[in-house]
Design a protein around this ligand. Structure first.
Ligand SMILES: NC(=O)c1ccc[n+]([C@@H]2O[C@H](COP(=O)([O-])OP(=O)(O)OC[C@H]3O[C@@H](n4cnc5c(N)ncnc54)[C@H](OP(=O)(O)O)[C@@H]3O)[C@@H](O)[C@H]2O)c1
Length: 243
């Protein structure tokens, strides 16, 4: 038996219409998981759905900044063995331009959405007891910050702190909670950063990363480790990816 095999596990992936979420859903399906994917954009979510291997998968639209969407999503879900939280927005706000709106906009999707979805899943008993796994996507920038990243990085740091508490609360139920903290990866989010900031800044980031820019599959493979029984003795950790 391959400890990384996900056969028999049902995994929810948020942010699955793009980037890391899309690749994680595809890779998890290749490892045998039944995958429930969610996102806002129906065309892009449908494209991910078509790329999934095997059968029995589900796609459900939801805006995770809207509580009624979270409630409907939770109600539509089967019992899960894993959840991967991969929603997020690219956000660069120099400290002197930060307003109440900037804080709310970033935290609503990068922190609140994952926390409220988790509360809904636990409240409705949608996570199977024993060998289940929750994975949050943080960022290496919580350790190696970048100028303009105050809100983005603060939200990720908050998410990592939340994950460690959640790991304590859920350990008695056999539910593990971990984070991956990738360096910059080639996804639409990086293109957005290049467009909003500058290509030069992205080139500088690439030069600074000792293993270069990541590929989404590098992140997805690490997440498969956390979803699988290969990590059944691992909780409350955060794995830095990209050196
Ligand atoms: N790319 C990197 O270099 C990198 C590095 C470290 C960490 N991360 C983190 O990894 C995660 C995924 O990043 P990515 O690069 O894959 O980004 P991406 O390609 O821009 O994808 C973001 C995903 O979030 C979803 N999303 C955004 N707002 C949403 C909302 N209100 N409700 C529901 N879904 C929403 C998007 O769905 P729709 O498109 O359907 O709206 C999309 O599927 C993020 O948390 C990011 O901070 C990324």
């Amino acid at each position: 038996m391959n400890a990384f095999d996900l056969t028999g596990k049902t995994i929810l992936v948020t942010g699955a219409s793009s980037g890391l979420g899309r690749q994680t859903a595809i890779t998890a399906s290749e490892f045998g998981a039944t995958v429930v994917i969610t996102g806002r954009n129906p065309e892009r979510l449908g494209e991910t759905f078509r790329l999934l291997k095997g059968e029995g998968h589900l796609q459900l639209l939801a805006d995770l900044t809207i509580q009624t969407d979270i409630d409907q999503l939770v109600a539509s879900l089967p019992v899960l063995n894993g959840v991967v939280h991969s929603t997020g927005i690219s956000d660069l706000s120099p400290a002197r331009f930060i307003t109440t709106e900037t804080i709310a906009k970033t935290f609503r999707i990068s922190f609140d959405a994952s926390v409220l979805l988790t509360a809904g899943l636990l409240g409705k008993k949608k996570l199977a007891k024993g060998h289940s796994s929750i994975v949050f996507i943080s960022s290496i920038s919580t350790r190696y910050p970048f100028v303009g990243g105050a809100m983005y990085i603060s939200a990720k740091a908050a998410l990592e702190a939340y994950a460690r508490v959640l790991a304590l609360e859920l350990a008695p139920k056999g539910i593990r909670v971990n984070c991956v903290a990738p360096a910059f990866v080639r996804t639409p989010m990086l293109d957005e950063t290049a467009a909003n900031y500058s290509q030069e800044a992205v080139n500088m980031i690439e030069a600074r990363q000792i293993l270069g820019l990541g590929d989404p599959v590098d992140v997805a493979n690490s997440i498969v480790y956390y979803l699988s029984d290969a990590s059944k003795w691992v909780s409350a950790t955060s794995l830095v990816l990209g050196g």
